[in-house]
Design a protein around this ligand. Structure first.
Ligand code: FMN
Length: 156
């Protein structure tokens, strides 16, 4: 099964998570972005605004990636302001018709209080069908690489 792991990242945690998953299952990895520099405090503030803005940002996948070549796509994205970030939601909406039958969501977050599963599953309305699986991984005070590997092992 040919799998593509896609990620958006601001501070590299989601990148690390998706690269760990890809290593276990032998997947390709690619980054997607809206092209905005979101480093530092101003980048953090911009991320908050992007999340509450009703208009989703314009996104693209870096490199020469043809989604139609894959049997499975795993989409990694961080939580911003209590839900999957706008960049990830924009990716799903833009590419939903090119996505293969199997689509998984991997969402990273900092808080230990909430796993955001209801909001993660709600992204199926953007996909237009049911995703094949979802996981919510906490990145603060947690061995998130180990958790990523455990999730990946369920996909083999
Ligand atoms: C603007 C912004 C809002 C965030 N809001 C939340 C939140 O509501 N809950 C949470 O648990 N983490 C929140 N986070 C933390 C990130 O989801 C978490 O650190 C994530 O793992 C970062 O992934 P990255 O390193 O790939 O960018 C927020 C981060 C940013 C930048």
């Amino acid at each position: 099964m040919k799998t593509l792991c896609l990620y958006y990242t601001r501070t590299n945690s989601t990148k690390e998570v998706m690269e760990s998953i890809a290593k276990v299952i032998g997947a390709d990895v690619a980054e997607y972005t809206d092209g905005k520099d979101r480093s530092g405090f101003l980048g953090y503030v911009g991320a908050c605004f992007a999340t509450v803005n009703k208009t989703l940002p314009k996104v693209s996948v870096k490199g020469k990636i043809n989604l139609k070549e894959y049997d499975r796509v795993i989409i990694g994205m961080p939580v911003w302001a209590e839900g999957p970030c706008a960049i990830g939601r924009a990716l799903i909406r833009k590419y939903k018709d090119s996505m293969p039958a199997e689509v998984y969501y991997v969402v990273t977050h900092m808080s230990g209080k909430n796993d955001y599963m209801a909001k993660i599953k709600a992204m199926d309305s953007l996909l237009g069908r049911q995703s094949s699986g979802q996981v919510s991984i906490r990145t603060k005070d947690n061995d998130y690489v180990k958790e990523s590997v455990s999730f990946a092992e369920t996909l083999i």
